[in-house]
Design a binder for this molecule. Structure first.
Ligand SMILES: CC(C)(COP(=O)(O)OP(=O)(O)OC[C@H]1O[C@@H](n2cnc3c(N)ncnc32)[C@H](O)[C@@H]1OP(=O)(O)O)[C@@H](O)C(=O)NCCC(=O)NCCS
Length: 184
């Protein structure tokens, strides 16, 4: 069961989650610039420090206005940022989507699933969302596997190769639909 304090910092079994802030900018730039992280997430494009700063500001605004922002991921009690998870708006009209990414050295351990489960739980329990949405490039099978492990349902696939997924909020009082065990 993740623990959450009033600053919206979370801990899962293996990760500390803290809302991204300006002090994280250079670490986040390192994550977003990694070629394997940006392959699908950013269509391979690189990003600038200004882009990261704008993302941090936008995330802070979303949290401040009662919406979902992004959290930096750190191994528990360690200072280094290894990735991110949370919500960001895409499409027109803007629609919050679940987003996650880890430096490749941390892939294959179930950490993305663990972090994304905590983010979905926050969306349902704290933000009161009825559903969480996610969109991935069809070839991004690792990301699709994360969504499948969390119980997301494939809603539709578009001709341009984008797959749209939905996870409905668990019924009140039920055991967690998106467990923190992150078992594959
Ligand atoms: C998408 C992404 C986060 C997936 O990372 P991942 O490491 O494959 O996903 P998980 O953290 O859930 O790890 C699952 C793997 O860990 C394994 N694993 C090992 N130990 C585990 C544990 N204790 N618990 C659960 N799974 C474990 C699972 O068997 C699975 O292995 P597999 O890949 O061989 O099937 C990663 O590919 C990434 O950062 N990509 C770039 C950014 C991106 O494209 N994001 C998606 C857009 S939203």
């Amino acid at each position: 069961m993740p623990t959450r304090n009033l600053e919206m910092r979370w801990s899962t079994a293996r990760l500390d989650l803290a809302p991204i802030g300006m002090p994280d900018s250079s670490s986040l730039l390192h994550v977003f610039r990694d070629p394997d992280v940006r392959r699908y997430l950013l269509d391979g494009e690189s990003v600038s420090a200004d882009w990261v700063a704008a993302e941090v500001r936008a995330s802070e605004q979303r949290f401040a206005s009662g919406g979902g922002g992004l959290w930096a991921l750190r191994p528990r009690s360690e200072p280094s940022v290894i990735g991110f998870v949370g919500f960001r708006e895409f499409f027109e009209p803007p629609e919050p989507q679940l987003l996650y990414g880890l430096l490749p050295a941390f892939w294959g351990r179930g950490l993305a699933t663990e972090a994304a489960a905590a983010a979905c739980r926050f969306a349902f329990d704290t933000l009161g969302w009825k559903e969480v949405r996610a969109a991935i490039d069809v070839p991004n099978t690792a990301s699709g596997a994360v969504l499948a492990r969390l119980g997301f349902r494939l809603a539709r696939t578009t001709d341009d190769g984008t797959a749209f997924y939905v996870l409905e909020a668990p019924p009140p009082g039920s055991s967690p639909a998106v467990g923190e065990s992150a078992n594959g």
